[in-house]
Design a protein around this ligand. Structure first.
Ligand SMILES: *Cc1c(COP(=O)(O)O)cnc(C)c1O
Length: 366
């Protein structure tokens, strides 16, 4: 049996490059609480991404929870997509807010601004869209809605590290954007995440929120979490940043190779990533429908039998989970896509031979 290929695989720098950072941590004896490596990573990320303020977190979920808390929303509804990872919806509920799931555009897989508008009520306080697969949402339409209805706009940008859209970082859109640096993401600090904001005041508030709400030795302004990123995690981020452009280039190669080999296969649609000035090629989702001879689940099983582990991102939908039973809504486009999508292995070290092995199985009609 050939060696297994998983949907993703982390890329680490050489261990010997990491050792000097560890020596520095041991020498300074500062382990966390906004230490020197943490500060350096915040600065280098601002420069690399082209954003003004970034606050690092221990993961993307705590960043999301804190972003919603930072906006001091009154009790109410937050409009979001059911076609996402659990963290998006969980963050809403952790803030005692009510998720309202609206449908997506079947081509881009992102939330449909027209459906968002229809879902706005007097109880709506915010919109929380996801740039699914790193593909930009219709940011202009969403901002227009947020402005018109005086709603906060927070983007879950977990998939979109390094994406530029309409001449700037995608992270600059909305009131706040959150990122994930989980091991499965394009840029990783083992675990980690961040919030991007637009003012020094907001950055200070977020920094307090990620540190239990502590303002000074005797003042605590909020009941919040510990969301701090350690020095060891920050060190990996600094190293990963040195090679991020090569990483993105290698991902682009994989993306182009798949598209070429799957072009013209009837019933297989590779989700388009057009119009993105700087792309990160975070995922490679394909949509399987007739006249392709196999269903999504059958193709998934076939690949698995050949030791290739694709993933059904995003299935099931949030609205189909029993824990979200009370937040039901009808989202036919999301439901259809969720039943037809398969994310193929996508990581920078995936070789052309491996890509051919995968696409050969997809194009073989048995
Ligand atoms: C990965 C992910 C998150 C959160 O990430 P963690 O860093 O693992 O907590 C949030 N939203 C989406 C859409 C994600 O894919």
């Amino acid at each position: 049996m050939s060696i297994p290929i998983y949907v993703t695989q982390p890329v680490l720098p050489e261990l010997k490059e990491f050792i000097p950072y560890l020596e520095q941590i041991w020498e300074k004896n500062i382990l966390t609480n906004g230490g020197p490596l943490h500060q350096q990573l915040e600065q280098e990320l601002c420069d690399y991404l082209g954003v003004d303020y970034i606050s690092l977190f221990n993961n993307g979920t705590i960043a999301l929870i804190t972003a919603l808390q930072a906006l001091s929303l009154k009790k109410g509804e937050v409009i979001t997509t059911p076609y996402t990872f659990l963290a998006t919806a969980h963050a809403i509920v952790w803030n005692n807010l009510t998720p309202v799931f609206v449908d997506i555009d079947p081509i881009t897989s992102n939330i449909d601004p027209k459906k968002v508008e229809q879902a706005i009520t007097d109880a709506t306080v915010a919109i929380l869209p996801v740039h699914c697969y790193g593909i930009p949402c219709d940011v202009e339409a969403l901002q227009a809605l947020a402005t018109k209805h005086k709603l906060k706009l927070v983007y879950d940008t977990a998939h979109a590290f390094g994406v530029d859209y309409h001449s700037q970082s995608l992270l600059n859109y909305g009131d706040l954007s959150t990122i994930s640096f989980h091991a499965t993401k394009v840029f990783s600090t083992f675990e980690g995440g961040a919030i991007v904001c637009h003012s020094a005041d907001m950055k200070q508030r977020i920094d307090q929120l990620k540190n239990f709400g502590i303002v000074d030795e005797t003042t605590v302004n909020d009941i919040s979490l510990n969301g701090k990123l350690s020095e060891v995690h920050a060190a990996l981020g600094l190293l990963q940043l040195k090679t991020i452009d090569q990483t993105l280039q290698a991902r682009a190669q994989v993306d182009h190779c798949y598209r070429e080999l799957l072009a013209g296969v009837e019933g297989i649609r590779c989700i388009e990533r057009s119009g993105i000035e700087k792309d990160n090629y975070a995922y490679f989702p394909i949509v399987i429908s007739e006249p392709y001879p196999l269903s999504r689940d059958e193709l998934f099983e076939k690949l698995k039998q050949h030791n290739i582990f694709a993933r059904k991102y995003f299935y099931p939908l949030m609205t189909e989970l029993s824990v979200y039973e009370q937040y039901q809504s009808d989202t036919p486009n999301a439901k259809l896509l969720s039943g037809q999508v398969l994310c193929l292995p996508m990581y920078p070290t995936l070789s052309i031979d491996q890509i051919q092995r995968i696409t050969q199985l997809i194009t073989d009609k048995d």
